[in-house]
Design a protein around this ligand. Sequence first.
Ligand SMILES: *[C@@H]1O[C@H](CO)[C@@H](O)[C@H](O)[C@H]1NC(C)=O
Ligand SMILES: *[C@@H]1O[C@H](CO)[C@@H](O)[C@H](O)[C@H]1NC(C)=O
Ligand SMILES: *[C@@H]1O[C@H](CO)[C@@H](O)[C@H](O)[C@H]1NC(C)=O
Ligand SMILES: *[C@@H]1O[C@H](CO)[C@@H](O)[C@H](O)[C@H]1NC(C)=O
Ligand SMILES: *[C@@H]1O[C@H](CO)[C@@H](O)[C@H](O)[C@H]1NC(C)=O
Ligand SMILES: *[C@@H]1O[C@H](CO)[C@@H](O)[C@H](O)[C@H]1NC(C)=O
Length: 355
Amino acid sequence: MEEKGKEEKEKMIEECCALHKDAFIIKPTKRYPLVLLMAMLSLVMIVGIYIFSLCLKQGGIVATPNQMKVSVTKRPCHHPTAAASEIPYIHYPEPTTYSREECACTPVRLFAILSMQRSGSGWFETLLNSHINVSSNGEIFSVKVRRSNISTITSTLDKLYNLDWYSSAAKNECTAAVGLKWMLNQGLMLHHNEIVEYFNRRGVSAIFLFRRNLLRRLVSILANTHDRDAKQLNGTHKAHVHSKNEADVLARYKPTINTTLLIPELKRADNLAADALQYFNSTRHIVLYYEDLVNNHTKLMDVLDFLRLPKRKLSSQHVKIHTRPLARQVENWDDVYNALKGTEFERCLRADYQV
Ligand SMILES: *[C@@H]1O[C@H](CO)[C@@H](O)[C@H](O)[C@H]1NC(C)=O
Ligand SMILES: *[C@@H]1O[C@H](CO)[C@@H](O)[C@H](O)[C@H]1NC(C)=O
Ligand SMILES: *[C@@H]1O[C@H](CO)[C@@H](O)[C@H](O)[C@H]1NC(C)=O
Ligand SMILES: *[C@@H]1O[C@H](CO)[C@@H](O)[C@H](O)[C@H]1NC(C)=O
Ligand SMILES: *[C@@H]1O[C@H](CO)[C@@H](O)[C@H](O)[C@H]1NC(C)=O
Ligand SMILES: *[C@@H]1O[C@H](CO)[C@@H](O)[C@H](O)[C@H]1NC(C)=O
């Protein structure tokens, strides 16, 4: 695009000069009087100078008569192919900590992955970050002081979306989408009115990631909580693992689920997700389910589409921990089975995906 523009510019300057040269090789003929000849010559020269000045202007160089100072005018970035409805979501951040240089006119989309603990968002975020143009900066709001009140939240978001947030997700390539992973219980629901207003004002897109099988999620929560104390992997606690061997060690633990608390807990999680969807309904969003992503990797391309990113193969080093049927992952399976049978959560008892 830029290359083509440059070529055209050069071609036009060449044409200018060719025209100029032609003007000089017009041979005076005896048939015209000198005055007419002079007039013709000056006309050609004026036209030549005019075209030459046009060439200069097109090249973004301003030449003023008294000061032949050559300066490159700074043009605002624009996105010629964007539809009007897309404009609010296109940004050209100017970070205070560095210069975007050749990426300055690469449009940037702002996003937030809104999810709940143990719903696959860690895996999902590593997939997104494997895209050269994506920078997703993790659970920024797991740090309590950043979510103390709405002003700390908005100033944190401002810094992030201005590309001034430093994390391992920072890219050397042109960032075309910047965001974070935000758990519903990290101030998001508490300050939902102001955050929705912020998202709509700044053009932030929300990516909801939920888990359909809330019982599997509960097993993951209990196993993760257990490992926090047990530290089964050589004395360190790991929430996510990168090898089959590590996954097997963590999956060996089978939690006992308190059946009195089971249904209220599943209801609480279900309602939380429903409330979040309702609160953020006016925000541009996409809703994803962990199980769908596991079953169908093309679903990930829907996310790239949503963020208007070029399609690329995404990859993650995360290895799934609980892959066995639920019956073999819960210590008191019969009790759990009986507690859920015939309830709205009966669907959670069925294996709803193969791994
Ligand atoms: C918000 O929280 C920060 C950090 O805890 C504090 O310094 C600031 O005074 C608070 N602002 C308001 C308006 O409460
Ligand atoms: C992605 O990054 C590459 C490398 O910096 C850059 O050339 C390309 O324009 C970027 N793509 C988008 C859509 O921004
Ligand atoms: C524990 O550490 C040993 C030696 O560093 C290593 O070979 C082994 O794989 C580790 N085990 C786990 C479960 O990470
Ligand atoms: C289950 O939880 C309830 C409420 O906390 C408690 O009263 C009950 O003792 C627990 N049951 C078991 C078997 O731990
Ligand atoms: C969101 O709003 C639309 C219409 O504005 C409505 O049809 C839809 O049911 C709402 N969704 C939720 C989850 O509230
Ligand atoms: C996989 O996801 C894509 C994109 O959402 C969808 O078009 C396709 O029908 C899905 N395939 C299956 C087998 O569900």
